[in-house]
Design a protein around this ligand. Structure first.
Ligand SMILES: C[S@@+](CC[C@H](N)C(=O)[O-])C[C@H]1O[C@@H](n2cnc3c(N)ncnc32)[C@H](O)[C@@H]1O
Length: 286
């Protein structure tokens, strides 16, 4: 008898909603683990185009949910910028910048107060291909007190929908010479109706760091704006919120996997962090 038929029979014996919900959660967790193994086994074997670090000491290779990753020993400094990213994610941002060749622009969507920006810049600073270049940083800078206030000290807690660019500017003051900062709405979201919509000048993009929403529409919005600027076999798209699709109980707004599944022909997974939510996709352009 098939496993799903057996399970269905067992479920018919249970009518306690709490028990049924915990079975549902356990199955979601198991599904995530199985899908993770599939990505490891299937995608980990696909060839990656030769993308070398600036000093030619390393080639970009797959690392999908591995305990031992190429970035695990990356040394990072401590910095006093509030943020929503894990230690492994900070390490990853500091690692990936060495693969920047200078062929296209570097764009970050959703820096909040600049913690991710700081580590992205850490990864680029030593790279000679970044000399005379800037990281383009884009956010609507609209404060959402329900999920932002608890991550800053009381003196920096703002009113809902208040402009918070002054906080970003304060926290990024020591490296603002390496940034071009734009206040833009990437998609319509909670209080940003009056902010001008994101536009792009069409120049090629080599690395795109994305942390600006988990819904399908939020991600589709930047994809449509930027996809003609992606370089096949070269552009890396780093999705900070990828791992949120594994959240259990499942939340309706965690739609980033559906978004990526809809782009399966164009994007190839190269990195997926084990201790964070980041995944990086190579634009294949097929
Ligand atoms: C989770 S926070 C980013 C955290 C940050 N990367 C860090 O290191 O802590 C998401 C950011 O995206 C911005 N954002 C969310 N939706 C947006 C939209 N539709 N347009 C522009 N910015 C948006 C928010 O203002 C916020 O700064």
């Amino acid at each position: 008898m098939r496993l799903d038929t057996i399970l269905e029979k067992i479920l018919l014996q249970i009518d306690d909603v709490k028990k049924l919900s915990s079975i549902s959660d356990a199955l979601s967790t198991l599904k995530n683990a199985v899908e993770g193994r599939i990505r490891q086994s299937k995608l980990g074997k696909l060839p990656v185009p030769a993308i070398a670090s600036f000093d030619n000491s390393e080639l970009l290779t797959h690392s999908i949910l591995q305990y031992q990753s190429p970035w695990q020993h990356m040394k990072i400094t401590t910095v006093d910028i509030p943020g929503m990213i894990s230690q492994e994610e900070c390490r990853y941002y500091a690692y990936i910048g060495k693969f920047y060749s200078g062929r296209g622009a570097l764009v970050e969507l959703g820096p909040w107060l600049g913690r991710s920006t700081y580590f992205i810049v850490e990864g680029l600073k030593e790279n000679p291909n970044f000399t005379d270049k800037k990281l383009h940083v884009i956010d609507d800078f609209v404060w959402r007190s329900s999920w932002m206030n608890d991550k800053v000290p009381p003196s920096e807690q703002l009113d809902d929908h208040q402009d918070f660019q002054f906080l970003f500017d304060r926290y990024s003051a020591s490296f603002c010479n390496l940034l071009t900062v734009e206040k833009r709405r990437i998609s319509l979201y909670d209080g940003n109706e009056a902010i001008p919509l994101l536009t792009w000048n069409g120049s090629p993009i080599e690395i795109l760091y994305v942390d600006c929403g988990r819904t399908f529409d939020a991600n589709q919005a930047w994809y449509e704006q930027f996809c003609h600027s992606f370089i096949p076999g070269k552009t890396l798209i780093i999705l900070q919120d990828w791992g949120r699709h594994r959240e259990v109980p499942v939340q309706w707004f965690n739609q980033i996997k559906q978004f990526i599944d809809s782009k399966a022909e164009e994007l190839q997974l190269v990195h997926e962090l084990r201790y964070g939510d980041i995944a990086t996709f190579l634009f294949t352009g097929k």
